[in-house]
Design a protein around this ligand. Structure first.
Ligand code: ADP
Ligand code: MG
Length: 228
């Protein structure tokens, strides 16, 4: 069973600015300083609702509208799980399109700036395999890509997910609309069972309930209404 948290309960108390401060989270000082440099002075509502749960290790199903800051919500969580000294793929983010994967990569790189030498690799379709294979030989900490291309790499054996600790499904409803259900399932089946899974979606179609039931561990659900 998953527990559901409504926006009223989950959103930070508007009377208390402290509740919206990133410094209320268990984040390293370097990360907090980096957020300040980026101009992220306060958490957005989806960040305030999801980060305490994500940083505590829970699986999450989070619904919030576009532009609400979902990328930082999962990026800070996957970075918190990351061991920079272990040069292996520890996080995988699946996105519906090449453009979204590139945007997420940019944001993750900005947020990872506080950490030394975190390598983020984008693996999307519509580009030749060879440079991706070369990059994978050099290794990466974080992979961000589209389901079809990630599947290709898994089939070729060029992507090893055995050290993965965090899986993110970004814009899950769009990935399902695009027919990626089977690819997503196959990718998840190659991830270690012991991991944190974070799912972000604007809507909650039936396919998401199926993925969640099969592959998530007592996920906490966060749903922010339109006004957020
Ligand atoms: P979503 O994935 O929900 O559509 P994004 O993660 O792309 O939204 O974020 C939208 C924009 O808001 C980005 O430009 C991002 O850099 C910015 N942003 C995210 N979190 C914050 C914050 N706490 N303070 C200020 N800007 C933020
Ligand atoms: Mg997004």
């Amino acid at each position: 069973m998953s527990s559901s948290i409504t926006s009223a309960a989950a959103a930070a108390d508007p009377a208390s600015n402290a509740a919206l401060s990133f410094s209320s989270l268990p984040l390293p000082p370097a990360t907090l300083a980096n957020l300040q440099q980026l101009g992220y002075t306060a958490m957005t509502p989806i960040q305030a609702a999801s980060l305490p749960l994500a940083l505590a290790g829970h699986d999450l199903i989070a619904q919030a509208k576009t532009g609400s800051g979902k990328t930082a919500a999962f990026a800070l969580a996957l970075l918190a799980n990351l061991n920079p000294r272990r040069f292996a793929v520890q996080s995988l983010v699946l996105c519906p399109t090449r453009e979204l994967a590139e945007q997420v990569t940019q944001e993750v790189r900005r947020l990872a700036r506080a950490e030394d030498h975190i390598k983020v690799l984008t693996l999307v379709g519509g580009t030749t395999m060879r440079p991706q294979l070369a990059s994978l030989e050099h290794g990466a900490h974080i992979v961000i890509g589209t389901p079809g291309r990630i599947m290709d790499h898994l089939e070729r054996g060029s992507l090893d997910l055995s050290a993965l600790n965090t899986l993110v499904l970004d814009e899950a409803d769009r990935m399902l609309d695009m027919g990626f259900f089977d690819d997503i399932k196959t990718v998840i089946q190659q991830c270690p069972k012991e991991r944190q899974t974070l799912l972000f979606s604007a809507t909650y179609p039936e396919g998401i309930a199926r993925i969640s039931a099969a592959f998530m561990r007592a996920p906490k659900e966060i749903k922010l209404t339109e006004k957020h």
